[in-house]
Write a protein that binds this ligand. Sequence first.
Ligand SMILES: N[C@@H](CCC(=O)N[C@@H](CS)C(=O)NCC(=O)O)C(=O)O
Length: 213
Amino acid sequence: MKLYGYYRSSTSYRLRIALNLKGLEYENIPVNLLHAEQKAADFVARNPFASVPMLAAGGRDRAQSMAILEWLDEAYPDRSLMPADIEDRFTVRELTYAMATELHAPLNLPVLKYLKDTLGHDQDEIDIWYRHWLTKTLVPLEHRLAQLGAGEFLFDAPGLFEVVLIPQLYNARRFHFDLANMPNMVRIEQACLAHDAFRRAHPDNQIDSPKPA
Ligand SMILES: N[C@@H](CCC(=O)N[C@@H](CS)C(=O)NCC(=O)O)C(=O)O
């Protein structure tokens, strides 16, 4: 498998964690978003969404991280990313799709660039936008985790929920979002960051991550 991604892309980060958790070998191929390599004609010919991640696997070029995660779990059912119980699977989907649909979408790079370059908002206004949408989804998520009595992970082992949560929290921290009142999420984050699959997937540990001088 070949994973086309960018070290700081949260959707690429999702896939790196999932592939590591499932113990699947893959070649990491950097696509530099700052150089707009995702818009190059040869890349768009393979992925019309002109975004990362793209996973070349099973004879196809696959786009859209949530679809890829679901496909991976069906194609490689060992070490599933989902719990066995149907109600637990609902819980995972409820929380995970809240992040993937309501949170990631308005905070995406093209949206932020549109706010800045096309609508003329300055960085302070964009930071307000960013924190507004983080609050709207992370606060109810934290309440739900408290209701569920989540422990180190949402269920026994990290899975789809943690695969999507950890990159989102990485972004939240980049934008100095205050997580002090979110002990459930922070506890799960700490447990995940100590886990080898997550450590190897971290943006700082990627071949295209800028190295300190
Ligand atoms: N819904 C897509 C979103 C993918 C996405 O937005 N990728 C970002 C990086 S996190 C990207 O490639 N941005 C570059 C661009 O849109 O020009 C997915 O889940 O894969």
